[in-house]
Design a binder for this molecule. Sequence first.
Ligand code: SF4
Length: 366
Amino acid sequence: MDVHWRYISASRNSYAALYAACEQEGYILDPVKSPIGDVTCYSLNSLNALQYLQEIRDAPCTTILGGPHASACPGEMANVADYVVVGEGEHILPSLLRALDENLSLPPGVATRIGYTPPDTCVRLDAYPCFSKMKGYIEISRGCPFGCTYCQTPRMCGTRMRHRGIEAITRFARRFRDARFVTPNALAYGSDGINPRLEKVRALLSSLHHEGQCVYFGTFPSEVRPEWVTQEALDLITTYCDNTRLHFGAQSGSNRILASLRRGHTVEHVIHAVELCREYGMTPVVDFIVGIPGENDEDQRMTARLVEWISSCGMVHLHRFIPLPGTPLEGSFPRTLLPDVERLLGSLALSGRVTGSWGDPTRRFF
Ligand code: SF4
């Protein structure tokens, strides 16, 4: 069976992981720029999905669709693609290819126009390589016990954190001069995601600490949560790693809004994390969401004041609120920005201290 992967740069990390998982089962996902062959696979997120749906509908071959968007609305996507992989793809996609190749019944976790059986397994990271021929970031942990109401991650990957073993991470990291990782919270490595196990982080970082290799931990794409930024954590990062920035999410300057988002931390945690970073000579890079539904004027001004303060000693990245499918905030609308808040953010952006965009979510400036 002739199997292809529709190459889309936004999903290159999924491609790297699924290429390796399918290769283990004897299927090679050849990259293509349009659907061809017997089967073409797609992975789409909720920002780029619209761009590819017509192409999938018109495809002259069997189509398989996965990724965050397909997992969030499998019923809808099953009217577009022949098969929809729901959730983590490493086990389900090769099983589906085998079922199509050998005319077997469909595995759980695949939706079609006729119906859907939910997946009956979750992926053990050590059972699959991070990548093989197609390189990607090294995913060290998956799943998140926090249920932030705007986020698709726990809905797609579950709320139980799983970790790749240190030996495997170190082996994959040796293939890079600069080692970077993917995880919902780098400092939660080895833990349940709620209670820190910094001895596990130390064991990982000391194993990665090779001469001639740079290790970036707690910076894009492996960010941390603000309440996990402690002296002990920063001691580890400054001892073993090469990043001079630490990236974490604040999202709002209002404790009322943070509680409504179920973030599980407060504004005071954010302020403490920023101050600790400065104490350790690190630049805090802090994410915020603008236009969160339910904000009142004072919430918005509190966010603007916190953004202004952080940008005086670090960097801020703004994201406009997007009501992602499959999340509790699906179907809600962004709150309009107050004119004075918009002016302040604009002037901070012009001075280069704030990046991101609060306009069209498909547009960014850096
Ligand atoms: S935003 Fe981060 S902490 Fe919140 S649910 Fe998503 S991955 Fe977890």
